[in-house]
Design a protein around this ligand. Sequence first.
Ligand SMILES: C[S@@+](CC[C@H](N)C(=O)[O-])C[C@H]1O[C@@H](n2cnc3c(N)ncnc32)[C@H](O)[C@@H]1O
Length: 270
Amino acid sequence: MNITKVTQNDCHTEFYSKARFYDIAFSFKNVPEENQTIIDLYRKHSGNDAKSFLDIAAGPASNAIQMAQRGLKSFALDYSKEMVAYGLEKARAAGVSLTYLQGDMRSFDFTETVDLAAIFMDSTSYLITNEDVVTHFKTVAKCLNKNGLYFLEMSHPRDVFSVGKSTITEWTERDGDVEVSVQWGNDTDVFDSIKQSTNVTAKLKYKTPSKQGEIVDQSNQRCFTFNEIDALVKLSGCFEMIDVVGSLKPGVPFSNEKSSWRMIPILKRI
Ligand SMILES: C[S@@+](CC[C@H](N)C(=O)[O-])C[C@H]1O[C@@H](n2cnc3c(N)ncnc32)[C@H](O)[C@@H]1O
């Protein structure tokens, strides 16, 4: 058995380097539904159909690939070179065109502009400081057409305050004879009340017919309240928050109802 010990880094780079195992572990994502919801919200707010899409911190690029299958010109960006290679291979296998860039979402060069951008699965938690967030907003705004929209799928604030739990932290998924288990966070993780970040331990166990192993990786992840995001959007000067929904299922307003398990601000480029 292959065991990779805890590595302290900026964004769980060891964990995400196992791109195929990540893809299996997160295969519970309902990508067509997520994409349909943001496409419908784009149409509701802009009156037009989105023609191009940028998937930020895209991982296996499942959302970007499905958008390409729907006919949108699709782009993706991720810090992990293994995710970029995996996403490109997945797009090739799906027979669609995808431009996948390797870079840091805090600041990256992008020469095109798109109608629609999104960051899924609470990847905003890797924007640790207020400066990270504002720089990120300015960078993404430059990637958008005028009136372009940016969707941020973030943790629900009730998880931030630990008033109620609405996310699964331990699960197993299978793909044929490959089994992958993830444990996100553990009891010994330390919360920094000044930075509002937790040093999160992420464990990934994999088993294939020819090998098995475990990765244990640690990185800081920040949590946000609604008022903080509102203030940071205003501070950035490049976006206006025009809506916020509670799920990537259709028709779920942001609230403290159980069905509203996410905080998804929708930002319009100004
Ligand atoms: C939870 S995964 C989300 C992947 C994908 N969007 C999904 O929905 O499954 C987080 C992703 O964020 C990427 N990431 C973390 N920090 C980043 C940064 N500073 N710039 C770009 N990508 C980053 C990781 O490499 C990883 O692929």
